[in-house]
Write a protein that binds this ligand. Structure first.
Ligand code: AMP
Ligand code: MG
Length: 450
């Protein structure tokens, strides 16, 4: 249920309590929020409490996208042998000096060298060995003449262009030199990084453990994703959105199924999880069915409940002791506490509270940057954008002809507003709104808005 239902009937204290702990520990059910924390305060708190999770070994084939937790240096040079950059003939470069189409140099062909199949002998003066790209340069040779300027006749080759020493030869270590640091800790491994690790002979690397994220989806009205909505029941869409956001942010979302609004059931879900992060959807506000805030207070600490923002004002943040299961013991030590995020059930609120609070923590636990991962575009507002001083607004916007249009249907229950939107604009706490024609920063939902 929503606070707005109650705020008219419930007198709020005139002076808000000075510290958030006292605010959080009150049972706010049916009383409304006495004071809301500022978004920045919550963000600062979370930033101070979050450090990357310990490292675990990750197999080479699974490491792309993971965050490196060690400096990696190369034990070998790549290539570790001098190799040909061309198909042609390996020669002693000095033998080819003066070669031209009028006056070709003729050398004796001793045999051939192929990738992975070196020529066993040595190239002496007046001699050549047929060579393919990637094959080792035979002993004695120091250059490769490309096939295009060679003509083989019987067991000789006529060369019509000089190839000075080193020509078309890839030197030992031209790609990577033994001892060089190739990747530094904190690096989010790109596909090509994983390839480079393969090339230096790595079979596994240490990466930050990915945060395990338990979704606790509450609501008597919810059917599991995949079901057809019927009667007074709706389909849980929040877990579908959250799961994808968690994956985007490098976390691992654990299995979940919607839970009824029963205190004992929600308590058990919170207590029995061994996750690093628990996302509670629904039941986070001040309705009689809203058990989560009280349970977090009971089991741990409810650090914040109620944030000066729209949507998501009933959002909350807390911590509860983490259950250590075999999983954690088997890999890397786990933090003592799990973060709990209370995400309002309204789909836009849920998305918004995730983006502001849970997303940065999940990314940071996995060693990534806390910053929002969206691409940004600076564009002009086509219409004025209303807000209120004292709260942060998360406004869905469309982009038409390169101008930003705040979407009118902006209720927190309208999930389709986020589907129609190209992105969102965040109106800071100190702004009453933004004027038509003002340049704003849009956080894009897609790679690009065109
Ligand atoms: P609550 O935060 O539990 O008071 O829920 C607020 C609104 O969000 C209600 O209309 C709920 O039916 C709706 N809601 C709650 N959980 C979900 C969910 N998982 N998926 C979609 N809508 C939800
Ligand atoms: Mg509910």
């Amino acid at each position: 249920m929503h606070i707005a239902l109650f705020s008219g009937t419930v007198p709020l204290p005139v002076t808000p309590p000075p510290d958030h702990d006292r605010t959080a520990r009150r049972d706010v059910r049916l009383r409304g929020f006495a004071a809301r924390a500022d978004v920045e305060e919550v963000e600062r708190f979370l930033a101070a409490k979050t450090a990357p999770l310990p490292a675990e070994p990750v197999a080479l084939l699974a490491c792309a996208g993971r965050v490196l937790a060690e400096d990696v240096s190369a034990a070998v040079s790549v290539p570790s042998f001098a190799r040909s950059a061309m198909d042609g003939f390996a020669v002693r470069g000095e033998d080819t000096f003066g070669a031209s189409s009028y006056d070709p140099v003729t050398l004796k062909v001793l045999g051939q060298t192929l990738p992975g199949r070196p020529f066993p002998g040595r190239v002496g003066a007046g001699e050549a060995v047929r060579i393919m790209t990637g094959a080792p340069i035979p002993d004695g040779a120091d250059a490769v003449v490309m096939a295009e300027v060679c003509e083989e006749r019987g067991d000789t080759v006529a060369i019509t262009e000089a190839a000075p020493p080193h020509k078309n030869v890839g030197a030992i270590g031209e790609d990577i030199r033994a001892g060089d640091f190739v990747l530094r800790t904190g690096r989010r491994l790109r596909p090509q990084d994983a390839g480079l690790l393969a090339s230096i002979g790595a079979s596994r690397v240490l990466c930050h453990r990915r945060p395990r994220v338990q979704l606790v989806i509450t609501g008597d009205e919810l059917l599991p994703p995949g079901a057809k909505p019927s009667g007074a029941r709706i389909v849980d869409s929040n877990s579908v959105v959250l799961r994808a956001l968690v994956a985007r942010d490098g976390g691992v979302a654990l299995d979940c199924t919607p839970l009824p609004d029963r205190r004992d059931v929600v308590r058990l879900a919170l207590q029995s999880s061994d996750a690093d992060v628990i996302l509670v959807s629904g039941g986070s506000s001040v309705g009689i069915e809203d058990h989560a805030p009280g349970l977090v207070t009971e089991l741990g600490t409810l650090d914040f409940h109620g944030v000066a923002m729209r949507p998501s004002s009933p959002a909350g943040v807390g911590r509860i002791p983490r259950r250590h299961k075999e999983y954690a013991a088997a890999t890397a030590p786990a933090p003592e506490e799990a973060f709990v995020f209370l995400l309002p059930g309204n789909p836009v609120s849920c998305l918004c509270a995730y983006e502001f609070f849970a997303g940065p923590v999940i990314r940071a636990l996995g060693g990534r940057s806390r910053a929002w991962p969206h691409r940004r575009a600076r564009l002009l507002l086509a219409r004025k954008l209303a807000s209120q001083i004292g709260r942060v607004d998360y406004v869905r916007v469309a982009i038409e002809d390169g101008r930003v249009i705040p979407l009118a249907t902006s209720g927190a229950s309208i999930l389709s507003s986020t589907v129609r939107a190209a992105g969102c604009v965040i109106v800071p706490r100190g702004r009453e709104g933004m004027a038509e024609g003002e340049e704003v920063e849009v956080l894009l939902y897609d790679e690009d808005w065109q």
